[in-house]
Design a protein around this ligand. Sequence first.
Ligand code: SAM
Length: 255
Amino acid sequence: MPVRHLRFDVLTIFPAMIAGPTQESIVKRAVEAGLLTVRVHNIRDFASDKHHTTDDTPYGGGAGMVMKPEPVFLAAEHALAEAKSAGECGDDSAIVLLTPQGRLFTQDVAAELAERRHIVLICGRYEGVDERVREHLATDEISIGDYVLTGGELPALVVLDAVARLVPGVLDAESLAEESISSGLLEYPQYTRPASFRGWTVPDVLLSGNHAAIARWRRQQSLLRTLRRRPDLLARAELTPEDRKFLDSLRSEPG
Ligand code: SAM
């Protein structure tokens, strides 16, 4: 099977914020294994004046500064050209503007983006970016949640991390399948050695070596957690008749 490859280009005025987290751990190993490419571009390098200005006051007045369109467009065009000459994109690069006004980032959105070959992430700052970036450059707008951060760098890293780990080969398929949310349910509780820590012991079933009993316990714990913490997920989860019976028994428990 041909190896899938995904390239990210991150456009930011704070490149060091992206460089550190993408040069550690799983993302670093995936880059070394040739599964991912991560390039960071400093938007300031594409500003035309001698002070490398990337922001200006808003037309119409008001608080704060707005990121100018020219350096953002030039940085994106540079990233697209570089990806093309490296053979790392087709004609369908996703150009994602990180914004609290975007569609909400979820595991489904991460899975959708993981199908791409090339993703450009635009990090805003100040009061945001000139509207023409949204209208004429971005192909997608993503929010990582209903709160406002000072910049798009942390959201870009969140998107990059969640998408990168779904690229085939970055993680082993088994750990992905059982994870919270991906599986449709929250994951069961996990334990490791020691079997007794400060008198708190690991459930006997996990030490039993009985694989069928362990699988049943884990499934039931997943169902129990999801019912208690995220009942909204159960409505969409794929449930067996046995799962439903177990959930009914929980629901009929007093208090
Ligand atoms: N004034 C903007 C508004 O009301 O939509 C918010 C600007 S915010 C202070 C600066 C930048 O941080 C944004 O341009 C965006 O790139 C990023 N940002 C902040 N919160 C975000 C979120 N929840 N999701 C994605 N990006 C976010």
